[in-house]
Design a protein around this ligand. Structure first.
Ligand SMILES: Nc1nc2c(ncn2[C@@H]2O[C@H](COP(=O)(O)OP(=O)(O)OP(=O)(O)O)[C@@H](O)[C@H]2O)c(=O)[nH]1
Ligand SMILES: [Mg+2]
Length: 323
């Protein structure tokens, strides 16, 4: 029987019921009331899951690498969940279908759970829904959670950052392809993977990355650069080893705890900002302000003054408006 009762869903999912898990993730994705309760339950549940963000330019081989990593993790006997994020489209588009095809190898393995996610009205969007979903996966028992996201924009980078360890996938000759977001990717990478190492230009790409790392203030940890041919599963073992090494480093150095704290602060921030913005916009759109909006249109009240009116109504004092 289908239930939306958070407590029951949670218990059933922890007992291995995949349908309940799917329901949980849908409720979280949708930002429903039940989703909120499920997030609370997940947060409170103990979990020793290790989350890895895999990001990089479109088509760089993230899904192929993920699939190979899943296989590698399964060989070690651990369970693994994959969240494939599709920030661009609220619908299951072609990219996700492609991911599904690449993940087919694992379709029959009960130790692997694969799920694509898009934003569906969650307050705070994907950058809140994804960590909530990832915690839910950890709470129901997955020791490994891989989050795949296309590293093209700020939101995607933020999502990749939500993980304990972030892997940035580049290709030989990447410089031209992702020029725009190079700095952003450099900042979040704990591990660099040069995938498609069967192509020319690997040495130049490695040199390029090393140079950028040299110019970055790194502290005691320097992100390793690993070459892979994901299609042939070459170098994948090394990537997994580097992931575990980084995680180990992060825990013993205290980096993991610091990051976790910062992540939670950011998450709280996003929720509050989204909630307040929604409340304010709803009030502004209400009949109460029809007259004022018309006045703004005809030039008799300016946007800032109208904003002050709405904020005043809601009792919000904005630091932008010194009184
Ligand atoms: N030559 C070569 N091709 C590869 C390698 N790894 C993946 N590919 C191919 O690159 C293409 C894109 O691979 P995906 O794994 O879908 O890349 P992705 O980064 O997940 O793509 P999006 O999710 O669409 O951004 C596919 O045709 C793969 O078969 C590799 O090591 N060498
Ligand atoms: Mg993909």
């Amino acid at each position: 029987m289908k239930t939306n009762d958070p407590g029951r869903l949670f218990t059933q999912a922890r007992n291995g019921d995949r349908a309940s898990l799917a329901r949980i993730l849908s409720l979280i994705e949708r930002g429903s009331r039940e989703g909120e309760e499920l997030s609370r339950l997940s947060f409170a549940a103990s979990s020793n899951s290790f989350t890895v963000g895999i990001t990089g330019a479109p088509g760089s081989g993230k899904s192929t690498l993920t699939s190979a990593l899943v296989e590698q993790i399964r060989q070690g006997g651990e369970e693994v969940a994959v969240l494939a994020i599709d920030p661009s489209s609220p619908f299951s588009g072609g990219a996700i279908l492609g991911d599904r095809v690449r993940m087919q190898d694992h379709a029959l393995d009960p130790g692997v759970y694969i799920r694509s996610m898009a934003t569906r009205g969650h307050l705070g969007g994907l950058s809140v829904a994804v960590p909530e979903a990832s915690r839910a996966l950890g709470a129901v028992g997955f020791t490994n959670v891989i989050i795949e996201t296309v590293g093209v924009g700020q939101v995607e980078v933020e999502i990749a950052e939500e993980a304990d360890t972030t892997v940035v996938v580049v290709n030989p000759g990447w410089g031209d392809a992702v020029q725009a977001n190079k700095a952003g990717l450099m900042e979040i990478a704990d591990i660099f993977v040069i995938n498609k190492a069967d192509r020319g230009g690997v040495r130049e790409t490695r040199r390029d990355l090393e140079m950028m790392l040299d110019m970055t203030n790194l502290g005691s940890y320097r992100p390793p650069i690993i070459e892979t041919i994901a299609q042939e599963k070459k170098g994948v073992k090394e990537v997994l080893a580097a992931m575990r090494r980084h995680h180990e480093f992060a825990i013993t150095s205290g980096v993991a705890a610091t990051r976790r704290k910062a992540r939670l602060e950011k998450e709280l921030n996003r929720i509050l900002q989204a909630a307040i913005a929604k409340q304010v916009m709803d009030r502004l759109a209400s009949d109460e302000f029809i007259k004022e909006r018309a006045e703004m249109a005809n030039g008799s009240i300016d946007p800032r003054s109208l904003a002050r009116l709405v904020l005043g109504e809601l009792g919000i004092v904005s630091p932008l408006w010194p009184s």
